[in-house]
Design a protein around this ligand. Structure first.
Ligand code: NAD
Ligand code: TYD
Length: 375
């Protein structure tokens, strides 16, 4: 079957992996990457597929309702995979307006455009909204030393795999966002579900845990720290480094998105996660050891770069996803052990210093300097 799909935010971190997967896997589909190219959008992320005949890039703001509607009508778009967003919690603390504008109003504009373009003919149509586990708020850390979680997956057999509490984010949990980022994502999720319930728009929502892998903008923990270790720059650890995140390799997320887009049930929510909880400080030590080893330095020799700084305001303590619904119903599971994923990721950043230098110049550097001045 031929399809024409808009992927919003396709020049960003996760979006570029989804675009690459779909363009390569479905030569009969037309994949339209709709992206405004903010600081986080980078067409260099897609160099390897930019000349493919089934790929088109359109520079557009998702808030441009008329533009999106026209594009949908002209291209006879039958699917939207919506990833475009402002995505960094620290930026949302500094500038919440942009987050409300893009994440809430932008999503609403896309929903309205899809509703108008499809005009009640929902057959074969799909509006798939990508969201985050952060909408559920924070979990308690009832077992600071870690316990075996009640799940088994390929990725969970790694020796570091522990759960730091009995509770996990399940699809039926109430939303309790704490940061302006997660509040804006939560609001957009509600709008998506409201468009299904009110108008019948065929929607799906997924909420995923923290992603890591190639092409992630180096304001997020893993690429920022890899780059700092390489250049022997301080590693700003928020608070005591005890916060827990559940990490998933980005290509596993992209595979889940492909599966859910094609096989997921309309109006459903699926949580996506790696059953892979890590305290920040433990991950940072693995990063230091891995970078040191790959650069031929004595392992652990850069531990003195760890610099404890003022905690992030409202810093959520623990995220942990229960993705057993997705495993049970659609047979998805993470493919990589965390140790393999981290090794691949560190290698990729060390091998792609040009990419890193490019995105850490100009605008970003200024932002970064402003952000950490005084720390
Ligand atoms: P990112 O910041 O790397 O990329 C966002 C992309 O959206 C960029 O290409 C940017 O140019 C584009 N964009 C921003 N505003 C836009 C606008 N107004 N119009 C059009 N394009 C715009 O983000 P990411 O980490 O790839 O996250 C993608 C999605 O996945 C987001 O919706 C995010 O909430 C969600 N998510 C991310 C993670 C994670 O760990 N990164 C985890 C779960 C969910
Ligand atoms: P981040 O990559 O920003 O993702 P999120 O806030 O969406 O989970 O941060 C991951 C964790 O690392 C989070 O607990 C905050 C922490 N962190 C630091 O300690 N120092 C940093 O410089 C950054 C960017 C994050």
């Amino acid at each position: 079957m031929k399809r024409t799909i808009i992927i919003t935010g396709g020049a960003g971190f996760i979006g570029s992996h989804v675009v690459r997967l779909m363009v390569n896997k479905y030569p009969d589909y037309k994949i339209i990457n709709l992206d405004k190219l903010t600081y986080a959008g980078n067409l260099a992320n897609l160099k390897d597929i930019e000349d493919k005949p089934n790929y088109r890039f359109v520079k557009m703001d998702i808030c441009d309702f008329e533009g999106v509607l026209k594009l949908m009508q002209e291209e006879k778009v039958d699917g939207i995979i919506h990833l475009a967003a402002e995505s960094h919690v620290d930026r949302s603390i500094k500038d919440p307006f942009t987050f409300a504008q893009t994440n809430v109003m932008g999503t609403l504009s896309l929903l309205q455009a899809a509703k108008a373009a499809w005009n009640g003919d929902w057959e074969g149509k799909r509006f798939y909204h990508i969201s985050t586990d952060e909408v559920y708020g924070a979990l308690e850390m009832t077992h600071p030393e870690g316990i075996e979680p009640p799940f088994t997956t390929k990725a969970s057999s790694g020796e570091h795999h522990l759960a730091y509490g009995e509770k996990f984010f399940t699809e039926d949990l109430k939303y309790q966002p704490h940061s302006p980022y997660s509040a804006a994502k939560a609001s957009s999720d509600h709008f998506v579900r409201a468009f299904h319930d009110t108008f019948g728009l065929p929607t799906i929502v997924t909420n995923c845990s923290n992603n890591y892998g190639p092409y992630q903008f180096p304001e997020k923990l893993i690429p920022l720290f890899i780059n700092n270790i390489r250049h022997r720059k301080p590693l700003p650890v928020y608070g005591k480094g005890e916060n827990v995140r559940d990490w998933l390799y980005v290509e596993d997320h992209a595979r889940a998105i492909d599966l859910i887009f094609h096989k997921g049930k309309i109006a459903e929510t699926y949580n996506i996660g790696g059953f892979n909880e890590w305290k920040n400080i433990d991950i940072i030590k693995v990063l230091i050891n891995t970078v040191d080893r790959l650069l031929g330095r004595p392992e652990g020799s850069d531990m003195d770069l760890i610099t404890y700084v003022t905690d992030r305001a409202g810093h959520d303590l623990r995220y942990a996803i229960d993705s057993s619904k997705l495993q049970r119903e659609l047979g998805w599971e993470p493919s990589l052990q965390f140790e393999e994923g981290i090794e691949k990721t560190v290698r990729w950043y060390l091998d792609n210093q040009d990419w890193m230098d490019n995105v850490t110049s100009g605008d970003y550097l200024k932002y970064y300097e402003d952000m950490y001045s005084g720390r």
